[in-house]
Design a protein around this ligand. Structure first.
Ligand code: HMG
Ligand code: MG
Length: 301
């Protein structure tokens, strides 16, 4: 593996991390979270979702978050958009980058966005067209790439098909999500390589949930075969409301520590990030899901 290299981190804590929190997190805490993540050096900080507030009540304040957020010019703040209504709300709130999302499993897609895979892809066509006309960047997500909570096994061919479709639609990057954290390193690598055979690896991201403690190992396995974009969540926040038992994404602090230790630069101030992780864990009354965050905190006290 070349070490003269850098890795792009997409921080998803304020969206993927919070969407499953039972207690509604005050808007000002969300804003402080996003702003302090950006201040720690993260350049891609997912901010919220313009989904139905009936489906995800926690993110009903998406427009307020975007309106009140003090945005840094060199940082992108993508927001999830499931349909044209979401796109219009996101644009009205000043979003300049969106993420559209589908899944490799029919059963999951139905439960997550009430549409079949093909219906969702068709739904995205006018959104991507509008985004292109508006100069809005579009990222794509494919969920359940290594297993589905409803369907079980997910054929690789389905992962490849949906990833290629999002790429062809015009997504500048496609994020491959192990939504329920069932993957193991060799399977993760095989999946990444199968997709990279049709979508160039520099346009792919890996998105591992750490439900079974495999996320860092899976990331490492994918880095070895060319992955250079990693999604992660400060303090390992999160879960998916439509995937029971899914925990948070791999903790950003742990990813930064591993990458920097390998000579792969991230541009992130780890101490500052770890302090954000400890702060938000206290705010939410949660255990800190980052081992590095806990270790750095213990060193200070
Ligand atoms: P639906 O019920 O089929 O929607 O939900 P509909 O079009 O029939 O509309 C029903 C009602 O919802 C209407 O209101 C619409 O106005 C409203 P009513 O007339 O009943 O008052 N509505 C909306 N309101 C605000 N914003 C909107 C919107 N759309 C409709 N955008 C829908 C379909 C897609 C809306 C719904 O299923 C939904 O919002 N799903 C989102 C679920 C979600 O956010 N899941 C988590 C994100 S994905 C994830 O976490 C995985 C990822 O991290 C990667 C990985 O780990 O794998 C990305
Ligand atoms: Mg996720």
């Amino acid at each position: 593996m070349s070490t003269a290299d850098s890795v792009k981190i997409v921080e998803v804590g304020a969206r993927d991390g919070l969407q499953n929190e039972k207690q509604v997190v005050p808007t000002d805490i969300k804003i402080r979270l996003i702003e302090s993540l950006a201040a720690s050096g993260l350049r891609h900080v997912e901010a919220t979702s313009f989904v139905s507030p009936k489906w995800i009540p926690q993110l009903a304040d998406a427009a307020d978050v975007m309106a009140q957020l003090n945005r840094l010019p060199h940082v992108s703040y993508p927001v999830l958009v499931p349909n044209m209504q979401g796109y219009e709300r996101a644009r009205a709130a000043g979003a300049t980058e969106i993420a559209i999302f589908s899944a490799a499993s029919e059963a999951f897609n139905q439960r997550n966005i009430n549409a079949s895979i093909d219906e969702s892809l068709a739904r995205f066509v006018p959104i991507v067209q509008a985004a292109a006309a508006d100069g809005v960047h579009v990222r794509g997500y494919v969920s359940t790439v290594l297993g589905c909570p409803y369907q079980g096994e997910v054929p690789l061919a389905d992962v490849v098909r949906v990833s290629a479709a999002l790429d062809e639609l015009g997504c500048y990057e496609v994020s491959l999500g192990d939504t329920i954290g069932v993957g193991t390193p060799m399977k993760a690598r095989e999946m990444f390589q199968a997709v990279a055979a049709v979508v160039p690896s520099e346009r792919l991201a890996v998105h591992f949930h750490d439900t079974r403690g495999q996320a860092l190992a899976n990331i490492y396995a994918c880095l070895e075969v060319g992955a250079r974009v990693v999604d992660s969540s400060v303090a390992g926040l999160g879960g998916c409301p439509y995937a029971r038992g899914a925990t948070g994404n791999v903790a950003t602090e742990d990813v930064v520590y591993m990458l920097e230790g390998m000579g792969l630069s991230t541009g992130v101030d780890l101490e500052a990030l770890a302090a954000v992780g400890r702060w938000i864990s206290t705010q939410l009354g949660r255990n800190n899901g980052s081992k590095v965050g806990v270790a750095l905190g213990a060193k200070q006290s």
